[in-house]
Design a protein around this ligand. Structure first.
Ligand code: HEC
Length: 460
């Protein structure tokens, strides 16, 4: 009973005190005097200029008051909608490294500045940031160059092209980072890296006059080595982790080119960083569902607004999670990976509420996330094959099944797992592949079409 009085007081107090404050807040902007020199330059230079500068992928520079004021309204709109800076991951249970996400207060400042007529402000304009034109990660241990240039026409549809480079490795190596310097920065939307441990992909004949071959499958290069999405910073794997590349491997670059309106020539340099010695612990990709949903019944009727695939996997050993990545084509709408700890607590590892094919990042955690044995991983991927999905490549929508072309779909969430004890590595690897084999078997017995599809894939 005693507690009732203070509760009533608080409620009344709220009525009398909080309300007037709210009214005042609504009348005056949250930030009274916002100027470019005062607050805006710092926000833009820190969060936007690395991509919005000459030679980078963004279509215009944001390096001066004039640059920013010219597009002020659009900037306020795309930052409020969180379209820019590009970063699809919503805040999850654990912080990510190098998060490209504006704070709510930075977004409010940008909006208020535009509403106040975009004043430049008194005083000296802050210096625009300087960018190093050389290798961002320092001198690589091995630099390889594309043997021949790929010539892009001024316009036309987007192009997927696989280009293989023999690495000439005389022993096995451990890659800690890959940095790419393209010559057609504005036309390269993203690149995925693969290794072909057999060193044979570079022998595959070119299709057409230009180097390389088409398709979303890297010609039998089976070891994914990460990638580079437009504007992304090259990065070292965290915690001294590295990816093994066997002696004699080819590196395969899978390009997504986006024509820019003028002819472009791409002949990139690729810098590889190697670990001095094999790392003491190894990474393993746990993909849910395996093989990008090949065996998960991906068959989306035309017009289906919310097609969902779910997959789970229970960890047989304790791991540290280094990061998460997501992959799907144009129709995916949202996806989520959670971990249910043995005590029942549910943690979100990655949640993307508004999937965009153009921004496929790899999200490393700020600190490794310890997941005990018995933790259940749950992945959930949604696709929207309706006409309302602005990314739908087909109009009107058509039935879509698993495949590697951009008109087909696939989808998976991948956890980068590091077994806590190196001796558990093989056990985890075996368990993951056993599960994949079981899923494949079950599916193949119930779906004769799939046998045909797999035979086709293997023949490629
Ligand atoms: C990682 C690189 C990157 C960063 C960081 C980045 N942008 Fe962009 N931005 C792009 C690219 C690339 C485009 C071209 C559109 C596309 O390809 O999706 C673009 C497009 C835009 C557009 C045009 C959108 C339209 O609809 O025409 C605006 C405005 C914009 N960016 C503002 C910003 C602002 C403001 C920031 C910082 C708060 C920022 N960008 C940070 C890469 C980036």
């Amino acid at each position: 009973m005693n507690f009732k009085i203070p509760a009533v007081c608080v409620a009344l107090g709220a009525l009398f005190i909080v309300q007037p404050v709210h009214r005042i807040a609504a009348q005056t902007p949250a930030h009274p005097r916002v100027t470019f020199n005062g607050q805006i330059a710092a926000i833009v230079y820190k969060n936007c200029s690395a991509c919005h500068r000459p030679g980078e992928a963004a279509p215009f520079s944001l390096l001066s008051y004039q640059d920013v004021a010219k597009r002020g309204k659009l900037i306020a709109a795309v930052t409020t909608a969180r379209i820019m800076p590009p970063w699809r991951a919503e805040p999850a249970s654990y912080a990510y490294r190098d998060e490209r996400r504006l704070s709510d207060s930075d977004i409010a400042l940008l909006r208020d500045w535009v509403e106040q007529g975009m004043p430049e402000g008194a005083g000296k304009a802050p210096d625009a940031p300087k960018f190093n034109s050389g290798w961002r990660l320092g001198e690589p241990d091995l630099v390889v160059e594309m043997p021949a240039a790929y010539h892009l026409k001024a316009d036309g549809p987007d192009i997927y092209r696989n280009i293989a480079l023999p690495l000439g490795l005389t022993g096995e190596k451990w890659i800690t980072a890959i940095e790419m310097r393209t010559t057609a920065r504005a036309a390269v939307h993203h690149v995925l890296y693969f290794a072909d441990p057999n060193g044979r992909v570079h022998l595959k004949p070119n299709d057409g006059d230009e180097p390389g071959f088409g398709g979303m499958r890297a010609g039998g290069a089976t070891m994914p080595l990460g990638g580079w999405a437009v504007g992304a910073q090259p990065q070292f794997f965290p915690e001294g982790l590295a990816l093994r590349v066997p002696q004699g491997s080819d590196l395969v670059l899978q390009y997504h080119f986006h024509p820019t309106g003028k002819p472009e020539t791409e002949k990139s340099l690729i810098g590889l960083h190697f670990a001095k010695e094999a790392p003491s612990r190894n990474m393993l990709a746990i993909q849910l569902p395996p093989v990008y949903s090949l065996f998960a019944g991906l068959d989306i009727p035309a017009g289906e607004k919310d097609f969902v695939i779910r997959d789970s996997y229970t960890l047989p050993v304790e791991i540290d999670a280094a990061g998460v990545s997501a992959h799907a084509h144009y129709l995916a709408s949202r996806m989520k990976l959670t971990a249910t700890l043995p005590d029942g607590e549910v943690k979100t590892l990655l949640s993307i509420g508004d999937w965009n094919f153009n921004w496929q990042d790899q999200y490393f955690f700020q600190d490794m996330v310890a997941l005990p044995r018995g933790t259940r991983l749950d992945a959930e991927i949604h696709w929207d094959n309706s006409a309302e999905n602005p990314h739908n490549p087909a109009s009107p929508p058509i039935r879509v099944t698993w495949g590697e072309q951009s008109k087909d779909e696939m989808g998976a969430l991948t956890l980068i797992a590091v077994p806590r004890r190196q001796m558990d590595y093989r056990m985890l690897q075996r368990d993951v592949s056993q599960k994949r084999a079981m899923m494949a078997q079950q599916k193949i017995f119930s779906d004769p079409q799939l046998i045909k599809k797999i035979a086709e894939l293997l023949a490629q």
